[in-house]
Design a protein around this ligand. Sequence first.
Ligand code: PEP
Ligand code: MN
Length: 345
Amino acid sequence: MLIILKRGSGNKEIEQVVQEVQAVGYRAHVSEGEHTTLVGAIGKGPTPELIEHFRALESVQDVIPISKPYKLASLEVCPKPTVLRFPTGATGGGEVMVAAGPCGVESLEQTLSAAHYVRRHGAQMLRGGAFKPRTSPYSFQGLGQAGLEILAQARQETGLPIVTEVVAPEQVDLVAAYADVLQIGARNAQNFALLQAAGQSGRAVMLKRGMSMTLEEFLMSAEYVLAQGNMKVILVERGIRTFEKSTRFTLDVSAVPVLKSLTHLPVWIDPSHAAGRRDWVSALALAGLAAGADGLIVETHPEPEKALSDAAQQLTEAQFAELMQRIRALLPALGRQLTRELEPV
Ligand code: PEP
Ligand code: MN
């Protein structure tokens, strides 16, 4: 339920209400607006008696049951956009952030090369998988911890924060020791133990939409992270399964405005896994931004044709540079800009 405090309520009143919420075994989430303070009380469906109990408190204006099954993810509980800040920029506050890099970390040379050129062309974050969730057990599974070491070196050299995937709950501590952002992939989007462990790590979490997930299910997965007290979640639309086979997945562009009407969390687009082919990636990336996405995560490889995973969809350096130029051309028409243009290193 959502507890609306009376105008003029201060810290003392907020604290009293929070204590009342905790006393009945609920979690409290305070959202202070310019004029009103909201306290989200999150727990099992409140009884009418409990709602009345809170309505009767001195500093409470009104109590509204939260209609959505997801609570902390909803705009009702948290009406202000969540902004995640990194040393290279921010996401969620209207400006556009770009994470780019190879699908998988394959070698020091490949990763450093990609890290340097994605920064030079305008990305603010480096992506690269050290643990790869592959459809076939015989495919390249990633370099594991050695890959994380390489990513750490790339961050050291370029200053770019790292987003990298974690595929199992028992690996969360290891990956979180290296990563700035933990990626949870489409195939693990309903791995609830993994979501909880990632939530507990305190790291930001980039959650991909499962390929056959409804948006409500997607938000419920985010809720697993948020329920651990970790509000740093980025949602990524990366294409869903439909009857259309031309692309690898169908990018659900409509997920962007729909999610943004339901949640305060940043919403990103992954055009690479949706397109499945490098020549279609840019069009989808621009469509996502035009629809209001807060950021992009794009695959690019110094030698895409030699990539050990997702070779067909990774952009060449030249294609990535061109995409960034097209983004810079588009954003002013949308009244937006890149979160930051980084100085060369
Ligand atoms: C990836 O980012 O390389 C990846 C495997 O993505 P997804 O989980 O969206 O398929
Ligand atoms: Mn990939």
